[in-house]
Design a protein around this ligand. Sequence first.
Ligand code: SF4
Length: 460
Amino acid sequence: MYYSFFEIFSIGVGPSSSHTVGPMRAAKRYLDNLHKAELFSRVAHVEITLYGSLALTGFGHGTVKAIIYGLMGLEAEAIDPEKPYVVAVEKDKILHLGQERPIAFDIGRDVVFEKETFLPEHSNGMRFKAFDADGGLLLEEVYFSVGGGTIARQDEISRRMEREPYDVPFDFGSAKELLEICERENKSIADIVMINECSLRSHDEVMQGIMKINRVMQNSIDRGMKSKGTLPGGLGVQRRAHEIYCRLEEKFRNNDYDPLLMIDWINLWGFAVAEENAAGGQIVTAPTMGSAGIIPSVMRYFERFASHKSLNSVEDGIVKFLLTASGICSLYRSNASISGAEVGCQGEVGVACSMAAGGLVAAMGGTPRQIENAAEIAMEHNLGLTCDPIAGLVQIPCIERNAMGAVKAVNSARISMKGDGTHFVPLDEVIKTMYDTGRDMNNKYKETSLGGLAVNVPNC
Ligand code: SF4
């Protein structure tokens, strides 16, 4: 099934697409359904139950805050991270449902954490119930946050379908099919994705959307490089991007030559976005928020260090980069998962790395086969990567992992471009391997903070 560029890249607030953006969208959709069923005016009380990974790491990942945003009727793009929406709810114990209906809401009582219960459909489950003034149940719905901010209601996920397939000219379901289409049509992967996108909306809308995504990504790098201080959540993690930036600028001023300097810059840009995400800043899911630093960092690497060797201008290169990365992500979403709660960090940082590697080759003017090769190399060396965030916060190991993922993506692209795209392991098989590995992975390593670094590193 084809996934659109605008499903893959969306603007939201950190720190987690599956634990923040998805729950916010689920709560908002539930609110809309109360309106549609003409029940909204009778609601006197709401209760939310979080299951599995959402219950275990929801506090650190900002899930409760996100659900409150959604119940208030707020959209991710419109959130002002500076406004204390949740503080007011905590203090007054009043929630303004849909920003118009005040109801009593005590987070400690009305949000239930079912840490031991994993719903069979997906480990990121949440149940919404609304009651009238007499305690009568008005509406009950169960939603799942399936990765990258995408949600599915219980009746939709049982068909493993978040929506009906799009009617696009090239509905590729595997890398093999995609490469065959490129060869038959004599087009690049970016061309194929662009043709599909233009069948869903106008060319102008597509281009404006791509530019907006690029702008928000670049702004998140710039804000992250300027910001200092301690990240929220209680671990006391210090932001490092600003200090690294100052040191790199000083080296530049002093003509202090270092052949590996560009790695420091790639690390810096990955840190900057990942720290912005951890601080709840505005970020693009790429394909998730936990892994949101990799693609912007590699795009800036292209712009600053590689575009002069490309067949494309910087702007064309960026467009090709993003469209190609989107096409690669569509393969992962169709055939595997991009949810850390479902397949571990290989589905987040691994997929972002694979998208960035393929995107960079496209920006540099590589062939579809070289792109497929780069995407495959990048995932092959992320297989088995677990998700074990300390204290359930998207900080350790996540921030450094973005930097590592960005450097690995650049290396994968460079390896691939030394050849003609001929290679042993097809991308389709590595995607299947990632999914199989994720399904075999113990739940302790799937965004539950019950294993790995989360239990071996004291965080007092
Ligand atoms: S370890 Fe990876 S998958 Fe888990 S929260 Fe961090 S970035 Fe996301």
